[in-house]
Design a protein around this ligand. Structure first.
Ligand code: ADP
Ligand code: MG
Length: 662
């Protein structure tokens, strides 16, 4: 079995399973091997039913004390039974699993693992995992990898496929020679990848994650080095004209607001770079809501007014759509043609766009990955901007760059990175920082509360809506949870509609698994105020701008990383209205209270990122995603800063001898 063999060469994968795998982006053996778990689950000693807290994943050892009852409720069949231990009883609920009748008999003892919900006076566990006592003993304390799934692919399926692909692990190549590995005390890449799928123990797993983090940093830094070699003081054939610079004053004067000092500074830097005669490589760093879009717009204005084309690349379709609408309006008086190119642009429109781009009839193109497809050609691409850049690798940016004759490069990021680390990661970039938020913003008011506050929160949202404002409610992703223990976006929306029944409040939902065109439509409706409350997963986390939204309510806030919560919160407080963020802390553990308090106390992204690091527990294998824009798959700039430094050292010392295949 070779790494590049089709996934179906693995025993047990037929065409149907392969189809599911392809949905996860897995089509070769190699893809599967590099499909890392998103988490690990530990199976702990069972606790007493009475000690189980709401919202917490627990194991209980209990006996079946009732008959198994199955009834139909609409599309769903619901199977339920009661179990109890010496301390109390628990109702178990399963969906679409009528066959369970044959598994559970009165008096049988099982270990049930799941999340407790309290409904009235009853404790309920929905879709628990269940194990015979002897089986559970063998799993105790072992770490089970948890993978992101899709319909038709179970966690067990992935584990089985990986086991059947074991021989292919031998073919994994290492960037580093034995010599380098010895020098730095590194395990081999192959053992690291084996460990990550089949962890022996916690300590070895951590070593493995570190090794793979090192690899990610290393590839990234090699890319940076390559770019620097290519771009450093390359003379530019896209020098902006004096005329464009003077027209910019008029453009700025036409804006509905005055620019902040940080925005002015950044625009000045860009303008100097693009007049200098060399190719620009600049990063604009500014916290959420600091107004980076207008800096991008001004830069595009300069390049277009000088007779060249500009491209703006963003990580999500909804964000592309929004930038498109905004820039189109902004540039309308100047007769600048702006177009949008994404995965869901129709073939016909795409063809026309390709044609017009090549002919130079389109001045500005905005899009997602679709922009770097081979078919896009430009007449004379002078500037490439990536917004929320970390989602794009160095290579992707280079590919877009290669479509022009060394266009200027501008990168926008909200990720607060300590200066020392930024200097390593962005060694090839000049940096402008936007320190302040626009004037007139009111500080977002935060509160962290328990589930008992939910009703009050709904009332609060209702009041805001009555005053013409809008709200977001965030639920954790439904699509990743196998068990139904998390609030599900669609169900939640139904419940919410029930809460507001009879009132003129329009509620819609949006999530990552929807078709792109549906997402775009919902978002547009939200921005046009046709929707009052938008129930969403984290798909709206990056970039989305609706200054009229004043409330952000986040369910299960304890499940998100602090930096991610900060990004989510950044969706409100973008206008002059007082805005609010309500964090619902379901678990109410000491740790979650402590973490969420950081957000309650501060709206400063930099402070939050540093506190986040301090509060990380030893059980956080993957750290917490640093923000909406994840740069690495499993490396974490903060958590693995030692690996980042090591990678830098290896690049400096051995970079010339090592060849990287991206
Ligand atoms: P981000 O830095 O998060 O990308 P945006 O560029 O989306 O922020 O700007 C957020 C909001 O602030 C937008 O509604 C934008 O129109 C507004 N804005 C930007 N600059 C200013 C300013 N100088 N004064 C007032 N509002 C501004
Ligand atoms: Mg933005």
């Amino acid at each position: 079995m070779l790494l590049n063999d089709d996934i179906t060469t693995i025993k047990g994968i037929g065409e149907k399973t392969a189809e599911g795998y392809r949905k996860l982006g897995i089509s070769t053996v190699k893809d599967l091997i590099y499909y890392f778990p998103r988490d690990y689950q530990r199976y702990d000693d069972p606790i007493l039913i009475k000690d189980a807290l709401e919202g917490e994943r627990v194991s209980v050892a209990a006996k079946v004390v009732s008959y198994v009852d199955t009834r139909k409720g609409g599309r769903l069949s619901i199977t339920s039974l009661s179990v109890s231990d010496s301390s109390g009883s628990l109702r178990l609920v399963f969906f679409n699993s009528p066959f369970l009748k044959n598994c559970f008999h009165k008096g049988d003892e099982f270990i049930f693992v799941g999340t407790i919900k309290i409904k009235g006076s009853m404790r309920v566990m929905e879709m628990p995992e269940y194990y015979p006592v002897y089986k559970y003993k063998s799993m105790l304390k072992a770490m089970q990898p948890v993978y992101s799934l899709t319909k038709g692919i179970t966690n067990n399926q992935i584990k089985k496929s990986l086991t059947n692909a074991r021989e292919a692990f031998l073919k994994i190549e290492d960037h580093f020679s034995d010599e380098i590995r010895n020098e730095y005390g590194l395990i081999s890449k192959r053992s690291a990848i084996e460990e990550i799928h089949f962890p022996e123990n916690e300590e070895k797993l951590k070593t493995a994650i570190k090794r793979l983090a090192l690899d990610e940093f290393f590839s990234f830094l090699m890319g940076v080095r390559e770019m620097r070699k290519n771009n450093l003081s390359i003379s530019s054939s896209h020098i902006i004209s004096n005329e464009a610079v003077s027209k910019l004053e008029g453009f700025k004067a036409g804006l509905p607001f005055t620019l902040t000092a940080g925005q002015e500074g950044a625009i000045k830097d860009v303008s100097l770079d693009m007049s200098s005669g060399n190719v620009m490589n600049r990063l604009i760093e500014g916290d959420v809501g600091s107004g980076k879009t207008i800096v991008a717009a001004a830069s595009l204005f300069l390049i277009v007014m000088s007779g060249y084309q500009g491209a703006l690349m963003v990580p999500t379709e909804v964000l592309a759509m929004q930038h498109y609408e905004d820039l189109k309006a902004l540039f309308k008086p100047y007769k600048i043609r702006v177009e949008l190119l994404t995965g869901s642009t129709s073939l016909k429109d795409k063809r026309k766009i390709y044609e017009d781009l090549k002919a130079g009839l389109i001045q500005i193109i905005i899009g997602t990955h679709a922009l770097i497809e081979d078919k896009t050609e430009f007449k004379d691409l002078g500037l490439v901007i990536t917004d929320e850049q970390h989602r794009f690798g160095v290579k992707q940016r280079e590919r877009l760059g290669a479509k022009g004759n060394y266009p200027h490069v501008l990168i926008m990021s909200a990720t607060p990175i300590p200066r020392t680390l930024a200097m390593i990661l962005y060694a090839n970039l000049d940096i402008s920082v936007i320190k302040e938020l626009p004037k007139g913003r009111k500080k977002i008011k935060n509160c962290v509360v328990g589930t008992e506050y939910r009703a009050t929160a709904y009332k609060f949202i209702q009041n805001e809506v009555k005053q013409g404002h809008q709200a977001y409610v965030i639920c954790p992703m439904v699509e990743e949870s196998e068990t139904m223990d998390l609030e599900d976006v669609e169900n939640y929306t139904d419940e919410l509609r029930n809460v507001y029944k009879g009132q003129d409040i329009s509620i819609e939902y949006i999530h990552g698994k929807m078709k792109d065109e549906d997402k775009t439509r919902i978002l547009q409706d939200f921005i046009k105020k046709k929707i009052d409350i938008l129930v969403s997963t984290t798909v709206i986390e990056v970039g989305i701008n609706n200054p009229n939204a004043t409330v952000m309510m986040i369910e299960n806030a304890e499940r998100f990383g602090l930096a991610q919560l900060h990004q989510l919160r950044g969706r409100v407080g973008r206008g002059s209205f007082q805005s609010y963020c309500i964090f619902i802390n379901v678990k109410q553990t000491k740790e979650s209270k402590e973490r969420l308090k950081v957000l309650e106390d501060s709206n400063d992204g930099f402070y939050i990122a540093t506190e986040d690091l301090k509060l990380r527990g030893p059980g956080d294998f993957f750290g917490v995603r640093q923000s909406g824009d994840i740069m690495f798959r499993l490396a974490d700039i903060y958590n693995h800063s030692d690996m980042l430094r090591m990678a830098q050292e290896i690049v400096l010392k051995y970079g010339d001898d090592i060849k990287i295949n991206y």
